[in-house]
Design a protein around this ligand. Sequence first.
Ligand SMILES: *Cc1c(COP(=O)(O)O)cnc(C)c1O
Length: 427
Amino acid sequence: MYDKNWGFATKAIQAGYNPKPGDARILPIYQSTTYYYDDADHVAGLFDLEVPGHMYSRISNPTVEAFEHKVAALEGGVGALATSSGQAAATIAILNICSAGEHFVALSTLYGGTYTLFSVTLKKIGIEVTFINPEADEADIKAAFRPNTKALYAETIGNPGINVFDFEKFGKIAREYGVPLIVDNTFPTPYLCRPFEHGANIVVHSTTKYIDGQARTLGGVIVDAGNFDWSNGNFPGLTEPDPAYHGLRYVEAFGEVAYITKARVQFMRDLGAVMNAEVAFTLHMSLETLALRMVRHSENALALAKYLQNNDKVAWVNYPALEGNPSYSLSQKYLPLGSSGMLTFALKGGAKKAKEFINRVKLAALVVHMGDTRTSILHPASMTHRQLSEAEQISSGVKPDLIRVSVGIEDINDIINDIEQAINAVS
Ligand SMILES: *Cc1c(COP(=O)(O)O)cnc(C)c1O
């Protein structure tokens, strides 16, 4: 019944779970670690990856699979692997193609947790990263590439710099060096931007944010576009025999789904960072309203950005869809339906005023989380990014006075009134 020509909202509702006559209409939660077989050869075939099917819920589960199919349909990919969190998705996305002694390039404007994962934890296991400034010119970007470079990693909208990624500039260089472009698409979600349409090869998400959209559950997902040539000589892990599966070669055996299959049967098998069925059920349902929510998040954020821009107690406002913003033209090119719900601003009076301000908001919640229905506020320099040195903070887009707002889908007048009373209370 699924039709790949359906529009986004139709896919968001109809893709994923496909019931047969007599089945539950709504996706069932398959609360089972294991699956029943009465034929030993069938089980052997499953373990050798020769026949498709479920064998153990660390590798796959029908509820989780329905969620994976829905996300893959929305991103326009050929397959997906759900994970226990966004961090697990980023970790597996890199480990799947990068081993000790190898290297990858990443934009410096990344989510704080990803920045630390790359610069500290992956480094400890022998994988090196070079961070580059999103404004770097072609020569500087190329200078970061080495013979052992295996990927280029970026966020569609940087966190918390809110800078829009230049797919064209960076994608061209990734293709020239024969490495995949991996894009964290957490902030826009596939409703506002589909990175595969702009040349990306792999997408990762923290589903904890807008995909869930209601701050209920941690999760992540990796999506494979199926458009990268893994046989270009740079990725022997995908073309050479895997002794764990009797010498199977992923590209030969799985074609366009080689990358995502390898991620599942090697790294999910070994690391076990699985999404469980209850979480997948929640997310599969959340996606049904994604289009509606992202429209409202984007409209509210733009309205709040315009309000702040006209408030003379505000030092600066950063929102990509605001005319004059450094990312304005990239936002019009890659995010024509809206720039999502994240904005940053500062009050005249700097970091001290920022801390006073966040203690005065009433409707907006002071939480570390972002990307859900409730408006929430954060001062990254003293909260999420406090482990980074000041130089690292600046290079990842965190100015000391920066206040981050995750604009929710409440009535915009109530959001503006709350921010206004807090500004007036401290100015
Ligand atoms: C939150 C976030 C992550 C990490 O996701 P978790 O689900 O918290 O592990 C990764 N990337 C971005 C852009 C995020 O906002």
